[in-house]
Design a protein around this ligand. Structure first.
Ligand SMILES: [Zn+2]
Ligand SMILES: [Zn+2]
Length: 112
């Protein structure tokens, strides 16, 4: 198997819980965190999906907040370098895991 695959279709093994994570069942959004334990990996530098970061550290889900439009956003913090990133809750994320995250204050000012 060679050749480039779309990022959103690339299965990966979660570096935290070790589960195999397949492509999203629907929707074209990049899956950027494990739907089971919600851990992510520090692979993006400037933009989500750019895969330009050399860090590759595991990113711990430290909390969830709600944007004014009702969208739930998981905050991930890199365990290696401390970089923080915000990721929308995925359609098939484990609801129990999301509910178990602490509620935190919104950290970014969304633009209307
Ligand atoms: Zn996991
Ligand atoms: Zn990092």
């Amino acid at each position: 198997m060679r050749g480039p695959a779309p990022v959103s279709d690339t299965p990966f093994t979660c570096g935290h819980c070790g589960r195999r994570v397949g492509p999203l069942p629907s929707g074209g959004r990049n899956r950027n965190h494990c739907p089971y334990c919600l851990y992510s990996r520090h692979v993006d530098a400037e933009r989500s999906g750019d895969r330009a970061s050399p860090c590759k550290g595991m990113m711990e889900p430290i909390g969830v907040f709600e944007r004014p439009n009702g969208e739930e956003v998981i905050t991930h913090r890199c365990l290696v370098c401390g970089f923080e990133r915000f990721n929308r809750v995925g359609a098939d994320d484990d609801e129990t895991a999301v509910a178990a995250l602490p509620r935190i204050a919104p950290r970014s000012a969304p633009r209307a």
